[in-house]
Design a protein around this ligand. Structure first.
Ligand code: CO
Length: 133
């Protein structure tokens, strides 16, 4: 088994502060990490749950993929991050299984991770992110 953990569940939201406040009020959640990822046009707040995260994500510019998602689909589940030991090897295994990679090679993600995204088409409708810490 290549997957070692659910790394994060990513939820697209219009207003990050409002969403963080809601999670704080509803669950007593604390933000473990916040980061703007310029190349992806996103700002994220990570709420730790055991060894996994809820990743509340919003767009920082109108042309980012999250902005397009919010426009067309509204708020909601955006992708699942699966934690792996070796992103490159996991990406190759997925390609060999017929997956359609969005990233042909692993690239830097938030928190200093190495990541690769896989298109939902070819993966039973879920945008998958492989995450190597
Ligand atoms: Co992610």
């Amino acid at each position: 088994m290549i997957l070692t953990e659910i790394d994060h569940v990513a939820i697209a939201v219009h207003d990050l502060e409002e969403a963080v406040n809601y999670y704080q009020q509803a669950f007593g959640a604390e933000v473990h990490h916040r980061e703007v990822v310029e190349r992806d046009g996103v700002e994220e707040a990570l709420i730790k749950v055991a060894d996994s995260y809820i990743q509340l994500t919003t767009a920082t510019r109108d042309d980012s993929p999250i902005a397009k998602f919010l426009q067309t689909r509204g708020e909601g589940l955006h992708h699942i991050g699966y934690r792996v030991q070796n992103c490159q090897a996991a990406l190759q295994a997925m390609i060999d299984a017929g997956a359609r990679p969005i990233d042909e090679v692993p690239r830097p993600g938030s928190r200093g991770t190495t990541v690769a995204f896989i298109h939902p088409k070819g993966s039973h409708g879920t945008l998958i992110e492989l995450v190597e810490e």
